[in-house]
Design a protein around this ligand. Structure first.
Ligand SMILES: Cc1ncc(COP(=O)(O)O)c(C=O)c1O
Length: 258
């Protein structure tokens, strides 16, 4: 885990250590998610005889994107069943945040064959300038990294560009290959939400529903709220990919109480 994220997500690090994990700090580059994935691959390529590579997102060489998508698809299948049970119909739109893309791939898998509008939300961070965001599907081009071919944000040499997001989990210069496909065939609309809109949504969901969302998930909440304003009827299903416990200290220290 990158040093920057170790500080930003201190409660998660404490939890992992209590549960017996050895958390290895990655101190090079931007010290965030991409460098952590680089380091994990590097370690695995040296120790592949005695270790197993695990990844929580739809990234990396085949079959990791497919495996993670299939495991996560239970979320989409159950969300669809529950939504129909509760309302008697399908949602008109579904929304999920996209970092590497696993929570989105899982949710979308339940609805791809339905007449439902699907939105993936990427982090616009501080703005559209390269280096200020991590919206790879919106602003990137075809590229290869970490053993998969997808849409990627690149620097002037064609290498993965530096990226930024307030959400440590969305701070990655590409997204899984299936998202590139869904983007290219136009089945999913990939759009962006910036840091400020995210923090507003973090507080809005907390105040209105008593649910403190992860900063990653707050991107999807912000987009759902914007979308709702444009619709006169219909319903929106928003994927809450994680709880905000891990983010509470960071938000208060950096943004105060809104
Ligand atoms: C709560 C939460 N949501 C979303 C993500 C983004 O990952 P993915 O796009 O693979 O769902 C992360 C990544 O760490 C996360 O912690």
């Amino acid at each position: 885990m990158g040093s920057v994220d170790i500080k930003k997500q201190a409660p998660n690090v404490a939890r992992m250590k209590i549960l017996g994990a050895n958390v290895v700090e990655v101190t090079h580059g931007l010290q965030t998610l991409k460098e952590a994935v680089d380091a994990a691959f590097d370690a695995y390529s040296k120790e592949y005889k005695d270790s197993i590579y695990c990844i929580g997102s739809v990234l990396g060489p085949h079959p990791f994107p497919m495996m993670v998508r299939d495991f996560q698809s239970i979320v989409g299948i159950e969300a669809r069943e529950q939504f129909v049970e509760m309302t008697g119909h399908l949602p008109s739109s579904i929304v999920a945040c996209v970092g590497g893309g696993s929570n989105a791939a899982g949710l979308f898998a339940g609805f791809l064959n339905d007449p439902v509008d699907i939105y993936g939300v990427e982090p616009l961070g501080r703005g559209p300038k390269l280096g200020d965001h991590a919206a790879s599907l919106k602003y990137g081009t075809e590229g290869i990294m970490h053993g998969f071919n997808s849409i990627m944000l690149k620097d002037e040499n064609g290498d993965p560009a530096p990226v930024y997001s307030v959400a440590s989990g969305l701070d990655y210069p590409s997204s899984g290959p299936e998202h590139a496909f869904l983007h290219d065939i136009g089945r999913v609309v990939y759009d962006v939400i910036d840091d400020e809109e995210t923090i507003d949504a973090f507080f809005a969901l907390s105040r209105l529903e008593g649910i403190i969302p992860a900063i990653e998930s707050a991107h999807a909440v912000a987009y759902g709220m914007k979308l709702a304003k444009k619709m006169d009827k219909g319903s929106i299903l928003i994927n809450l990919s994680g709880r905000g416990d891990k983010d509470m200290d960071y938000v208060i220290d950096n943004y105060g109480i809104r």
